[in-house]
Design a binder for this molecule. Structure first.
Ligand SMILES: Cc1cc2nc3c(=O)[nH]c(=O)nc-3n(C[C@H](O)[C@H](O)[C@H](O)COP(=O)(O)OP(=O)(O)OC[C@H]3O[C@@H](n4cnc5c(N)ncnc54)[C@H](O)[C@@H]3O)c2cc1C
Length: 92
């Protein structure tokens, strides 16, 4: 974490525990201290460029790739899906 996150923003042994239905770990290695904070999460999706990262053992779904590229693609797909759902029937 390179000292960028204060304790109040950390998830894990020295930060908060979260209980999300789906937790998306973007560029998170999956250190034991971090895993402690996501024990209660039902589903974990990992986005990581290292197929050997420990988070992958905890994840239900893993996308191996560059986080920025994957997130941009995901945001674009969500935008498309939203635009389609907002288009009135019969219009393109
Ligand atoms: C007493 C103690 C308490 C601690 N408490 C906590 C705590 O509460 N919470 C916590 O999180 N940590 C805690 N830590 C630190 C912990 O041991 C790890 O050092 C820390 O979790 C690593 O953070 P990270 O996974 O974000 O970073 P890194 O270990 O640097 O891992 C980065 C990950 O991102 C991947 N990655 C890098 N670039 C990209 C990219 N472009 N696209 C996709 N993937 C990429 C890498 O493959 C790697 O898996 C504690 C440590 C100690 C000693």
């Amino acid at each position: 974490m390179m000292g960028k996150f204060p304790r109040s923003k950390q998830i894990g042994a020295s930060g908060k525990s979260v209980s999300a239905t789906t937790y998306i770990a973007v560029g998170i290695s999956g250190a034991v201290q971090h895993l402690q904070g996501i024990k209660a999460c039902r589903h974990v999706i990992a986005i990581n460029c290292d197929p050997g990262a420990p988070i992958i053992k905890r994840a239900d779904l893993t996308v191996v790739g560059d986080a920025e590229e994957v997130m941009q693609a995901l945001i674009a797909r969500v935008g498309q899906a939203r635009a389609q759902s907002e288009t009135p029937e019969g219009q393109v």
